[in-house]
Design a protein around this ligand. Structure first.
Ligand code: ADP
Ligand code: ASP
Ligand code: MG
Length: 452
């Protein structure tokens, strides 16, 4: 059971979590107890990102002040939920984590630089603190619970801030550390998002990575279900921040969920589905404020929805890069050279379209774009267009019904379509449009396919 930032935002939210976990234990007394994975309290990671930034520019005092504010917030929640006996050791443990990071900030700020490794140690503080508090709050309300340091379980590579799990090593540790707790009837409470290298350096899986942590632990333990508890009823037919009244999607296939997550449905971290697919474990998205709503069930097959599309997603503020071969025709080897440049600068491309002499790709993260362009111009003409967006329509039905594509294009009448692609899986249609057109495009697609 993974609870996201808003689901553990304060004492009230954590009390809802306590009741949900109690309900699970009471309803399934013969099952092994759930493993609980929590995110940092809402907005805490954002503040820690700011802390790391301040550290990198030598602003140690401001960074430490931010940490002190965060510590106060955690102390307040802890003292609301935990009685006097357990409070002292809890505050000591949380306080020590904060002290360690404050000391690190002080040392690092002197260098006017913050290493990726130090960045991860700072970012990890939110999940460490929230998980310690939730574990103590469970025990206070007589849920048999044990805090587990995720850094001792989730083994990753050394790619700080975007680390990849070593599944074999992680499953071994999960079996050694979490397995016996479950056998003893204890609810293991762990921080999501964080792990450590084999040498013990703290790492993180990338923003939104707690979902991924939950799926990794779930796969290692071969659980019956991976539950993602969040602040919406489930996967909705569109991003609720973009479309006014999206509907709940009751069922989804793994592939549909992956596509939606990859193209911007923030409710699920894009990698969450991978461990679930490997072990064929259903993933359910649920609302911690409305635990009785059935949510979204994600399985290998999903189930054909009554509509023709399953859901929409959008990825805002991407850059389109047009790369034109400087020879008349696209010489063979051109594509290889072109993609090698993106690989060298570790920049994924999301959408690709080609013509006889040119290739257009979209890039989400423009961090290395300057380097990429200066490499590409040695053998091609390059044009970059920022402020674009990807709108993606997803559905298993796209394969069976070739008319959906035309209807989608028609619904976007007069909105300039910069790139259009239908993936080989024929599970999605992708449009690249101006970012400013996103609200209108999403509203029209939504009306055409989900509001009829
Ligand atoms: P958590 O903190 O629980 O991990 P997130 O903020 O990461 O929650 O993800 C939940 C949010 O994802 C929702 O509040 C919603 O604004 C956003 N979202 C974007 N697209 C979708 C979608 N298709 N369905 C549901 N939520 C979506
Ligand atoms: N706390 C982390 C973040 O805000 C991870 C997560 O919430 O999933 O990105
Ligand atoms: Mg999230």
């Amino acid at each position: 059971m993974k609870f996201g930032g808003t689901s553990v935002a304060d004492a009230e939210a954590m009390t809802r979590v306590i009741n949900i976990v109690k309900g699970q234990l009471e309803d399934h007394p013969d099952d092994p107890p759930p493993v609980v994975v929590v995110s940092a309290m809402s907005k805490v990671t954002d503040r820690l990102v700011e802390t790391a930034r301040l550290t990198s520019v030598g602003e140690a005092d401001q960074a430490v002040r931010l940490l002190r504010e965060l510590l106060d917030r955690h102390m307040g929640v802890a003292s609301t939920l935990v009685g006097p006996a357990a409070l002292a050791p809890l505050l000591a443990a949380v306080g020590k984590d904060f002290d360690d990071v404050s000391a690190l900030v002080g040392r690092t700020a002197l260098l006017n630089d913050v290493s990726p490794q130090a960045t991860d140690t700072i970012h990890a503080l939110g999940e460490l603190a929230s998980s310690r508090i939730v574990a103590a709050a469970f025990a206070e309300r007589s849920i048999p619970a044990a805090w587990v340091d995720s850094r001792a379980v989730l083994v990753t590579d050394t790619e700080h801030t975007a680390a990849m799990p070593d599944m074999d090593a992680t499953c071994r540790k999960t079996g050694e550390i979490v397995g016996p707790l479950r056998k003893a009837g204890q609810v293991a409470v762990m921080g999501g998002f964080i792990g450590a290298t084999p040498a013990g350096a703290t790492t993180t899986l990338g923003r939104g990575g707690s979902d991924y942590s939950a799926a990794i632990f779930g796969a290692c333990l071969n659980v019956d279900e991976i539950q993602i508890w969040t602040d919406v009823d489930g996967m909705l037919t569109a991003d609720p921040r973009v479309v006014g009244t999206p509907r709940l999607v009751p069922q989804l296939s793994f592939s549909e969920a992956s596509e939606l997550a990859y193209f911007g449905a923030k409710v699920l971290h894009p990698s969450t589905i991978l461990p679930a697919v490997a072990k064929d474990i259903p993933v359910r998205i649920l609302n911690s404020r409305r635990p009785d709503v059935a949510g979204t069930m994600i399985t290998a097959d999903g189930r054909a929805t009554s509509g023709q599309l399953t859901a929409l997603a959008c990825k805002r503020n991407v850059t389109v890069v047009d790369i034109t071969s400087t020879r008349m025709l696209m010489a063979h080897g051109f594509l290889r050279r072109l993609f090698e440049v993106f690989e060298r600068f570790r920049t994924p491309v999301d959408v690709v379209t080609t013509s006889e002499v040119s290739v257009s790709v979209t890039v989400d993260n423009p961090r290395r774009l300057e380097d990429i362009v200066s490499n590409l111009v040695t053998f091609a003409e390059v044009n970059c267009e920022p402020d674009m967006a990807i709108v993606c329509a997803v559905g298993e039905n796209l394969r069976a019904d070739p008319t959906i594509f035309g209807r989608a294009v028609n619904s976007l009448d007069r909105i300039p379509l910069r790139l259009v692609s239908q993936a080989a899986s024929r599970r999605n249609i992708t449009f690249v449009i101006r970012d400013a057109d996103v609200p209108e495009a999403m509203a029209r697609l939504h009306a055409a396919f989900f509001e009829a």
